[in-house]
Design a protein around this ligand. Structure first.
Ligand SMILES: Cc1ncc(COP(=O)(O)O)c(C=O)c1O
Length: 483
């Protein structure tokens, strides 16, 4: 039966782009994206000139009728996108860099256009299962057994939230106000935030000290757990780090797994940054015993170079996710047969984007090997940067202090000048960071390590190669002489 809606004069069909109209729109965008991609290495690492006025300019009333697409698209690229941080470019050595593989953007275009519903398996059996298949790849990468499963989230923060909710459900009987969770003073703030979302009183997040390499002191954690039990608290979870934001430190995962086992606690690992280094031999050495964790946060939008909005949670036994997340409305059709599952039964969301496709397509098109090689290259570049910063000491009167030996791809350092007190040294390093960033070839961001202001280089973008690291080192050398 053919229904011809064009006969209905009262219907507004202007939103229903034909294939040709969509192609026209994409054709209009593509020259801008070509120019963007091809000029990435020449673009400034940051630009905040006119940032406030650009931001204010977008605060306009909703238009009643549409505008010329070429004007709208040009404005987007030339004005709105002209300010901010060049987080897709090779000079972005700040925070924990993301990625932005163009293949993933094409996957998003497909996913949004076909707009299949993946929350229920029956809505898109192929696409929903493809997501499960990608999560199986991830489970294999960390060494999880066949019972493992998981789901994609919009990022690490939401994944840690679901992990803590799952831990609470599986390990905490009784009053939430007595439950306690253990992590280190180097944990990302999303751990405490997730615990807050999960309803835990903030003071019940026990922040344990680290050793000189910024790994959590497992002995101190054990003592705290035992003390808490004596005081009538109910310890239920440990959150370890496989790559801290500050220094890239990886906790002693085997010791944490032993402790969690002995104390019967849930072990979650925040491997948002470090997890995909499991693709490399060095990463596997560093993250030995990762597979013993009950759950792991992985962030493909960090160490798998995907666009922002791609996080995931995997658990060693998928049935725990179901226990923590399953709740169904009577308007939902019955779930699929045993072999498959409704993603909404094991995760917080019902309706959401088909996020798995943006990982699947690039990996299918490139294979996993270039990812492995890129991560190995970043480890090598980190060693190269560290060595060169050390050598810089030979030509200066001040001391360029390397805070710790890098474990992943963060180099943390600061300049020490004899005769200055702690506050003056912090000021010196604030000036140093500004001087390094001034040429806009790179963007470095600082942190505070036990109160001290420290500058970090984080090498993780797939577009950052040796030439950019050399440029960064040249900027540091110039700035050190300048301040
Ligand atoms: C170690 C670590 N954990 C968690 C997060 C939070 O992840 P997201 O920003 O994707 O929510 C970050 C973010 O940089 C991180 O570096």
């Amino acid at each position: 039966m053919m229904l011809d809606q064009s006969q209905d004069d009262s219907a507004d069909c202007s939103l229903e782009l034909s294939g040709a109209q969509m192609q026209q729109l994409v054709d209009l965008v593509m020259p801008h994206l070509r120019e963007f991609l091809d000029s990435l290495s020449d673009q400034p690492a940051w630009n905040f000139d006119e940032a406030a006025s650009v931001a204010r300019s977008v605060m306009e009333p909703v238009p009643d009728s549409g505008m010329d697409p070429s004007i709208v698209i040009r404005r987007l690229f030339e004005e709105i996108l002209s300010v901010g941080v060049g987080s897709a470019g090779p000079g972005y050595l700040a925070y924990v860099p993301g990625g932005g593989l163009p293949d993933a953007a094409v996957a998003d275009l497909i996913a949004s256009t076909v707009n299949r519903f993946v929350g229920l398996w029956n809505g898109a059996p192929g696409l929903a299962q493809l997501e499960v298949a990608v999560l199986r790849w991830f489970s294999d990468i960390v060494g999880y057994p066949a019972s493992a499963g998981g789901f994609f989230t919009s990022g690490g923060s939401l994944s840690i939230w679901s992990a803590i909710v799952t831990a609470r459900r599986c390990k905490l009987q009784g009053e939430l106000s007595r439950g306690t969770l253990y992590t280190s003073d180097q944990a990302h703030h999303s751990v405490a935030k997730a615990a807050m979302f999960a309803g835990l009183p903030p003071e019940n997040v026990r922040v344990v000290a680290v050793d000189s390499t910024f790994r959590v002191r497992v002995d101190a954690m054990r003592e705290q757990i035992q003390q808490d039990r004596r005081d009538g608290f109910v310890p239920f979870a440990i959150v370890g780090a496989a790559g801290t934001t500050n220094t890239g430190a990886v906790d002693d995962l085997a010791a944490l797994a032993d402790l969690a086992e002995a104390e019967r606690l849930w072990l979650h690992l925040d491997a948002s940054y470090g997890g995909f280094f499991m693709l490399t031999e060095r990463g596997r050495g560093l993250m030995n015993a990762i597979e013993r964790a009950d759950s792991i946060t992985l962030d493909p939008h960090k160490s798998l170079f995907m666009p922002y909005g791609t996080g995931c949670l995997i658990v060693r036994d998928q049935s725990h996710l179901r226990r923590a997340h399953q709740l169904r409305g009577e308007y939902l059709l019955a779930g699929p047969e045993e072999e498959f599952c409704d993603l909404s039964d094991i995760s917080p969301e019902l309706t959401r984007a088909a996020r798995g496709l943006r990982v699947w397509l690039p990996v299918m098109l490139h294979g996993i090997e270039p990812f492995r090689r890129n991560l190995d290259e970043k480890l090598d570049l980190t060693a190269f940067a560290t060595e060169n910063l050390r050598l810089l000491n030979e030509e200066i009167d001040d001391e360029l202090e390397l805070i710790t030996e890098p474990q992943l791809t963060v180099v943390a350092f600061r300049l020490i000048r004899a005769g200055l007190n702690d506050e003056e040294i912090d000021d010196l390093n604030i000036r140093l960071r500004d001087a390094i960033n001034a040429s806009r070839k790179v963007l470095l961001t600082p942190t505070r390590l036990h109160g001290r202001y420290v500058i970090r280089i984080c090498i993780l973008s797939f577009r950052t190669h040796r030439a950019r690291v050399e440029a960064c080192l040249a900027e540091i050398r110039r700035a050190v002489h300048e301040v």
